[in-house]
Design a protein around this ligand. Structure first.
Ligand code: SF4
Length: 365
């Protein structure tokens, strides 16, 4: 087994080594760009289990729990340790949050809102992204007090390639052994708040541990899961306890960020490589892509997984994810695949209703 540091430990460790801390909001942003300035990106997915004593005065009750939890977390001092913040404009709520922080909630630290291209023209997309990356670099130079170095970005991009390579090996191991563990998911999620080189060391050590200890295949059945963020993580506990495992997943926080089609090209600059990587992101409703591309992608993951059913797990009031839910349900049901849809509220534990529905679904497939 490996010891997984907590967010607080990772932040403290980075600070003690002279790094700055950047609050990074969901969902898609190239972490390598922040890390190459020796700034630790710590993703803020709305820590689970918050009570809305402060946030409810500032945000409407029908906004998604990510926003409510983040506002509560910020107002209760959870983000005091942070030096700057990046808001990728992947949905209107995050965009609104950026405005709320700076205009209404007296957030006075450097802030950058990163826009993704919304055009379908490839050349325009590339140009737009290169311009946005250039603006982020200026921003991070100001925050860090360090000049941008191409070599630092190159080595970070390659370290993230290694990260994906290790995660793919873990997925292959799962497929071969039927292995499932909540620890595995915690380990992958540690990448939300660790420098990539440190995370790679943990992944490599865990892979080594699994290979040494896997002597027979577990008789488990696979399910496939898609959604936003795996909170509460009790979902994985129930899946494991009921004798199931997940080979591939499409959580926005997890598997959807596994960019498989990107390979570093030494003939072009690190920034051009980063642009190409951003354009290779997997289908995601946050980019308003054609839902058919997403259905094709999900079907491939589902078939690779040999899964017996599909679980769609979103958070409440998440417009981008919820737009796709009826299409995903219809698509898999037409294939004769059982589908369960649950939407949760970033609770610490599943509500009894959701737990019962998940358990009943797993019994039936
Ligand atoms: S609306 Fe959805 S994508 Fe946007 S912040 Fe909320 S949960 Fe995330």
């Amino acid at each position: 087994m490996v010891a997984i540091p907590s967010r607080a430990q990772s932040i403290q460790d980075a600070k003690s080594k002279g790094a700055k801390i950047c609050a990074l909001f969901p969902v898609h942003f190239p972490r390598e760009l922040i890390e190459c300035f020796n700034i630790l990106p710590v993703e803020v997915w709305g820590p689970p289990g918050q009570e809305y004593n402060l946030a409810s005065k500032h945000v409407q009750p029908y906004i998604c729990p990510i926003i409510k939890n983040v506002v509560e977390f910020y107002l209760s001092g959870g983000m005091d340790v942070v030096d700057c913040a990046v808001f990728p404009h992947t949905c209107d709520s995050i965009q609104g949050l950026a405005t709320l922080f700076t205009d209404m909630l007296h957030w006075d630290k450097p802030t950058f809102v990163f826009f993704y291209p919304r055009t379908s023209t490839s050349e325009l997309k590339q140009q737009f992204l290169a311009d946005e990356i250039g603006k982020v670099i200026n921003f991070l130079e100001r925050v860090s007090g360090q000049p941008f170095e191409q070599g630092a970005l190159e080595s970070k991009i390659k370290a993230f390639e290694e990260n994906i390579h290790l995660r793919k090996q873990l997925i292959d191991h799962k497929k071969a052994t039927g292995f499932e563990s909540v620890e595995y998911w915690k380990l992958i999620r540690a990448g939300e708040y660790m420098f990539v080189e440190e995370h790679n060391k943990l992944l490599a050590a865990y892979l080594d541990y699994l290979k040494k200890n896997a002597d027979k295949r577990d008789q488990k059945r696979a399910v496939f899961i898609t959604g936003y963020v795996p909170e509460p993580m009790e979902v994985f506990e129930i899946i494991e306890k009921r004798g199931f495992y997940i080979v591939e997943d499409d959580y926005a926080a997890l598997g959807r960020r596994l960019v498989r089609s990107f390979k570093y090209n030494a003939d072009i600059s690190p920034i051009e490589n980063l642009v190409r990587k951003c354009l290779s992101f997997n289908p995601c409703p946050m980019f308003s892509q054609n839902v058919n591309d997403r259905l094709k992608y999900l079907t491939e993951l589902f078939q690779y997984s040999d899964a017996k059913g599909v679980i769609i797990h979103t958070v409440k009031f998440c417009e981008p994810e919820l737009f796709d839910v009826p299409f995903i349900e219809k698509h898999f049901k037409a294939m004769g695949v059982p589908v369960l849809f649950i939407d949760t509220n970033l609770e610490k534990k599943l509500l009894p209703r959701d737990r019962n529905r998940l358990e009943a679904f797993l019994e039936s497939v």
